[in-house]
Design a protein around this ligand. Structure first.
Ligand code: 5GP
Length: 194
């Protein structure tokens, strides 16, 4: 997606440890116009599917996922990373190791919000080692719902996440695929449809 790649080139900061900082439009301040276009692009790419719900992970997945949900006129559910006083029993949970924070979180979704037979599109901001996406997949599977696919805003293709998901025959659509962050420079994989 050219608009997104231009924005990453313009605003993205490469930090040590192969981390890309995009706080100006995705991870802290949010660019709603870009998020709207991102939502539309996810909907275009999965237009052959009948999606009934979108699932993401708080907090940075929410803005792109919400825009896709709005476009599809379906609900968005976000998995929580922290225990909530109002979220007690009846949870689907998964353990997720965070690459950037170097800690393990138990993510959870109330059983009220994903049902057996639903067709769920998973959306997240980044795909690195795939742990967040696999945790979200596990939650959909626990609910006996169907995973339509995984929509990612920024994929770090030099890490193993995409392969782990493809090994499970899951469809992955990433709007910007990064080949390398070496020497502080962002290099993308060039693809026909973006
Ligand atoms: P994974 O579970 O695929 O290793 O990592 C996905 C999660 O880690 C994303 O939800 C994102 O929050 C965070 N993450 C991984 N790599 C990066 C990065 O380079 N930059 C930012 N901003 N977040 C990242």
């Amino acid at each position: 997606m050219k608009l997104l790649k231009d924005k990453i080139h313009q605003d993205g900061l490469v930090l040590s440890g192969n981390v890309l900082k995009v706080d100006s439009f995705l991870n802290h301040q949010v660019d709603p116009f870009l998020m709207k276009k991102i939502g539309e692009e996810f909907v275009r790419r999965f237009s052959d599917e009948k999606i009934t719900k979108i699932l993401t992970l708080e907090s940075s997945g929410i803005s792109p996922a919400l825009m896709a949900a709005l476009e599809l006129e379906i609900p968005l559910v976000f998995a929580r990373k922290r225990k909530s006083l109002t979220l007690t029993d009846d949870l689907y949970t998964a353990e997720v190791y965070s690459y950037t924070k170097q800690e393990t979180n138990t993510i959870s979704v109330s059983k009220n919000w994903i049902h057996s037979g639903e067709k769920v599109l998973i959306i997240d901001d980044f795909l690195a080692n795939g742990q967040a996406a696999l945790g979200l997949c596990s939650i959909v599977q626990q609910a006996e719902a169907e995973i339509v696919g995984i929509g990612i805003v920024i994929e770090k293709s030099f890490q193993q996440g995409r392969n782990l998901l493809m090994d499970q025959n899951l469809r992955v659509e990433s709007l910007a695929r990064i080949k390398s962050l070496e020497n502080g420079k962002v290099q993308f994989i060039e693809e026909e449809n973006n």
